[in-house]
Design a protein around this ligand. Structure first.
Ligand code: 2OP
Length: 248
């Protein structure tokens, strides 16, 4: 991409700074042997519910969606949690693991405004950001909740400019969720897609196993670039590559 002046770097939260796969420990502890399948169905359904509720004009915030999609998941698997176990699984959403390269990448970007723009509700995000120490690094944590619609609606990305005072042409939006990268591109932001699973690695994974693991299916459904003709400006393998792009 030609020279660009980037004044703000805005991150997606779940899947980009925070590893949604890190719920697998608690889901497997709750239901031994089911950790992987719970983790994948839960995340697939959670995102699906954001799109379906947006289309139905039946918005509920992301904490409700996260609960409902967990209920869906456990129900289809025939698992019956006690209220205590259900709450313990849910609690992991405010204690998700940061990707190992997240904190250093944010530190390296000092000089730019730094923010999260997420589907998460303000309550969920603020607790998560505080629990993981990012409140000391970020200038803003922006929730789509004020718009009552989820990404990839343009209304969600529209929240960046009034919150940060930075024009879309001077924002680098960072997401590993391909639907989100496309949504941000369609809106007119500069976009870096974190390609954690390359097409080659994906192809290899199909060959490696004689049965399809739920995680492999998830990688195919959510971690490959979409075919919308909305390619990101950058594809990088991890958050560590951002400082070079922005040249802070
Ligand atoms: C987020 O908005 C898309 O779940 C992702 O954080």
């Amino acid at each position: 991409m030609a020279q660009m002046t980037i004044r703000a770097v805005v991150f997606d939260a779940y899947g980009t700074l925070y590893d949604v796969q890190s719920v697998a420990g608690v889901t497997d502890q709750a239901f031994p042997g089911y950790g992987e399948i719970i983790t994948q169905i839960w995340r697939l359904k959670q995102l699906e519910y954001t799109w379906l509720r947006s289309l139905m004009d039946r918005y509920e915030d992301f904490s409700v969606i996260t609960r409902d999609s967990l209920t869906y998941t456990l129900t289809v698997l025939g698992l019956k949690p006690t209220a205590d176990i259900f709450d313990r699984i849910m609690d992991k959403y405010v204690h998700l693991d940061l990707y190992p390269d997240a904190k250093q990448a944010l530190t390296d970007l000092k000089g730019c405004k730094l923010a999260i723009l997420s589907n998460g509700s303000a309550d969920m995000l603020n607790v998560l950001v505080h629990n993981t120490g990012l409140d000391k690094i970020l200038d803003a944590t922006i929730s789509v909740d004020s718009k009552k619609i989820f990404k990839p609606s343009p209304q969600a990305y529209m929240l960046i400019e009034p919150n940060l005072g930075v024009k879309p042409s001077e924002v680098l939006f960072v997401s590993s969720n391909s639907f989100d990268a496309c949504g941000a591109k369609a809106f007119g932001l500069n976009v870096a897609w974190i390609e954690r699973v390359t097409a080659d690695a994906m192809a290899l994974e199909w060959k490696k196993n004689d049965f399809v693991r739920p995680l492999t299916m998830f990688k195919a459904m959510r971690m490959q670039m979409e075919q919308f003709g909305l390619d990101p400006d950058y594809r990088i393998s991890g958050l560590g590559g951002l400082a070079t792009l922005v040249r802070v």
